[in-house]
Ligand binder design. Sequence first.
Ligand SMILES: NC(=O)c1ccc[n+]([C@@H]2O[C@H](COP(=O)([O-])OP(=O)(O)OC[C@H]3O[C@@H](n4cnc5c(N)ncnc54)[C@H](OP(=O)(O)O)[C@@H]3O)[C@@H](O)[C@H]2O)c1
Length: 336
Amino acid sequence: MADNRFWRLDAHPKGRDFAAAFSLQHEPVPTPGEGQVLVRNDWLSMDAGTRMWITPRTDGYQPPLPLGTKMVGLCLGRVVESRAPGFAAGDLVRCFGQWADYTVVDPALSGLMKLDERVTDPREHFGALGMNAWTAWAGLVEVAKAQPGETVLVSAAAGATGSLACQIARNLGCKVIGIAGGPDKCRWLVETLGVDVAIDHRNDDIAAELAKIEGGINVYFDNVGGPILDAVLPNMAHYGRIAVCGLVATYDSETPVPGPARFDQVLMRRLTISGFFLPDFMERAASFVPTLRKWLDAGKLVMNFDETVGLENTLDAYAHMLGGGNIGKVIVRVRS
Ligand SMILES: NC(=O)c1ccc[n+]([C@@H]2O[C@H](COP(=O)([O-])OP(=O)(O)OC[C@H]3O[C@@H](n4cnc5c(N)ncnc54)[C@H](OP(=O)(O)O)[C@@H]3O)[C@@H](O)[C@H]2O)c1
């Protein structure tokens, strides 16, 4: 009988010690039940937001993943067997499945979606056409309503969501400032993505660099929270908008982290701060995909894939992403 390897969450991780929290288990390849679909995973997406689901916190946007269950994540692969209408063996699909060789899902619960086979590199369904791109669009366009000529600041700018947010802002005609960790990432932001200014949060004085931005920051696409947000708040333009996409600086904390020390600037500068969560925008995603596709085809939306080979190496890829070792999107190639 064919073997399915899967990562099981055994304990809540401490920091980035994922080896102590997960174990690679084996089982026979599962059989889909009525209404379910069996997918063979080609790639797994490493997403920073999942770090929060594996803490015991119950006040997040998603309940904690129960201990002893398969780790959940975005998967890209092909349908092996379908017992659900609308899906057939061989379909290229993306869904919230499991960190495993094979994923069994309920289409509605997992957001199972058939993908466009004409896209030359299927990994772009995790890149320029993936959830990170949809998130970047939702935050910039729908939430912060970034306008041409405005100054847009993006944190974790060299990561998956951030690098797409930088390019979308640039394509919209905004001036773009990216904050990222290290000189290599900053150089990549300016030279490859066409970001106007890159600030290195490991080596630069962020507040001092932001104070040089003439006119202040109209839109802050925040992926990080923490001390960077405090450096940003006094440098926002009046009536600026902050789209809170993520708080990756705090995700490995098991308890809520206190809010910004410079909250006073919300009043002083008449700022609007809005948190947003991509699943709330799923119905509208169809309206922004055509523009993303047009930009991808025109070379105006590019993704750098940081690929690790082998399901057995997933924990290394995950820690690499959360530790900021990545430029672009971290993915795991499950089968070659
Ligand atoms: N709201 C939503 O619906 C939604 C959807 C998708 C993603 N997100 C959020 O988007 C953010 C990025 O996620 P992603 O999956 O695209 O990951 P990613 O940006 O590809 O990787 C995470 C990055 O976070 C940065 N980072 C980690 N700890 C940091 C710290 N203490 N201070 C500053 N930067 C830090 C690292 O970059 P540096 O080396 O530059 O520090 C690292 O590369 C996360 O906050 C995630 O929750 C939200």
